[in-house]
Write a protein that binds this ligand. Structure first.
Ligand code: NAD
Ligand code: TYD
Length: 355
């Protein structure tokens, strides 16, 4: 049997593919456009593994997807592919609409055509799992209850609005056409192979490089952090046992203000890699202009997933963030290639494409 994963060269998709192949013999077709966020170096240890087939392409390319589905006959499609960075969505929302909305629409249409033509048992067993975010629910104030699956969608950024739109398409393809879909809405992830435009890897790498650690606004915005491997295990669980047509919130019960997250990273670095010049990493913290429309607080109520499917995260924030800092310290090659941009040149040579 085979699964098709889109966006599997990105942060979460890449961790998912590595994790999947560590757990199962089932092959993975990995379709990725290799935008700036796609990095084949993440998948380097799969070189020569015939259970992993990488395909360079766009979820919006129906001919390509139709061919891939017909050729590999996956029993499930898991859609990670997206533009994912809020700040980029503010500067240039067009790509977000194109991939997250139009791309998801095209992918759904290709998958619907394929699923329609499957024989009875395979048709019944097929799943389309859409990976989404808690940001679709908007923002919470300090005293609000965490988001559950019944919260209204109130997206506030171009990124979250485009993800909300994609969730609605997925829902409608189930309701109207009967496509067997599952949707997961997860909180902020962190862990290995995270592109250093996002808060946690940015702070680790800037700290080590002696650069400033930019905190937007007052740094009191709250995010609910989940170690990426826990997200992978939640997706596997939902794929295996989730009820068709349902959505599941995924979270780590780890709400932290941004400033606390940055202080924690700084103290772990003080311990593991003391500054040669003396002083503390936290001295590099700089408060900068706030992000426009910055959501104040996200928090996930993950009890449905625990109650109905028996899933719980394994890592606390304290264990996960230490592992993450240690991973960045131990994987300087990956870091160097990302920060220098060399990973893009390598990909360009490998696939003879202009990136
Ligand atoms: P990412 O930006 O690291 O990776 C996205 C991947 O998708 C990249 O490899 C990119 O090349 C690929 N891609 C982009 N456009 C494509 C297209 N049109 N066709 C094929 N591939 C394309 O993102 P991530 O952090 O790994 O997030 C993965 C998914 O999880 C996204 O859907 C995101 O909305 C969701 N999510 C992310 C977080 C988080 O904290 N990072 C939390 C909850 C949900
Ligand atoms: P980010 O990692 O971009 O994820 P998201 O916006 O999807 O939650 O940002 C996490 C939080 O950290 C968010 O509140 C914005 C803040 N932040 C900073 O304060 N400084 C930074 O340099 C970055 C990238 C983010």
């Amino acid at each position: 049997m085979t699964i098709l994963v889109s966006g599997g060269a990105g942060f979460i998709g890449g961790n998912f593919v590595l994790d999947w192949l560590d757990h199962f013999d089932e092959a993975v077709i990995n379709l990725d456009k290799l935008t700036y966020a796609g990095n084949l170096e993440t998948l380097k240890r799969l070189n020569g593994n015939n259970r992993h087939v990488f395909v360079h392409g766009d979820i919006g390319d129906r001919d390509l997807i139709n061919n891939l589905l017909a050729m590999h006959k996956p029993r499930a499609v898991i859609n990670f592919a997206a533009e994912s960075h809020v700040d980029r969505s503010i500067h240039g929302p067009g790509e977000f609409i194109q991939t997250n909305v139009v791309g998801t629409f095209n992918l759904l249409e290709s998958v619907r055509g394929y699923w329609d033509g499957l024989p009875g048992g395979e048709k019944q067993a097929f799943r389309f799992l859409h990976v989404s975010t808690d940001e679709v629910y908007g923002t919470l104030s300090r005293d609000d209850a965490p988001f559950n699956e019944l919260n209204r969608y109130e997206p506030n950024s171009p990124y979250s609005a485009s993800k909300a739109a994609s969730d609605h398409l997925v829902r409608a393809w189930h309701h109207t056409y009967g496509l067997p879909v599952l949707t997961t809405n997860c909180s902020n992830n962190y862990g290995p192979y995270h592109f250093p435009e996002k808060l946690i890897p940015l702070v680790i790498l800037n700290a080590l490089a002696g650069k400033s650690l930019p905190i937007y606004g007052d740094g009191q915005q709250i995010r609910d952090w989940l170690y990426v491997r826990d997200h992978c295990s939640a997706i596997r669980r939902v794929l295996q046992s989730g009820k068709v047509g349902e959505t599941y919130n995924v979270g780590g019960w780890n709400e932290k203000p941004n400033l606390d997250v940055v202080h924690t990273i700084c103290s772990i670095l003080d311990e593991l890699r003391p500054k040669v010049s003396g002083g503390r990493y936290k001295d590099q913290i700089t408060f900068v202009k706030d992000r426009p429309g910055h959501d104040r607080r996200y928090a996930i109520d993950a009890r449905k997933l625990e109650r109905e499917l028996g899933w719980k995260p394994e890592e606390t924030f304290e264990t996960g963030i230490r592992k993450t800092v240690e991973w960045y310290l131990a994987n300087q090659d990956w870091v160097r290639n990302v920060t220098s941009g060399a990973y893009r040149e390598w990909v360009g040579r490998q696939y003879e494409v202009q990136l």
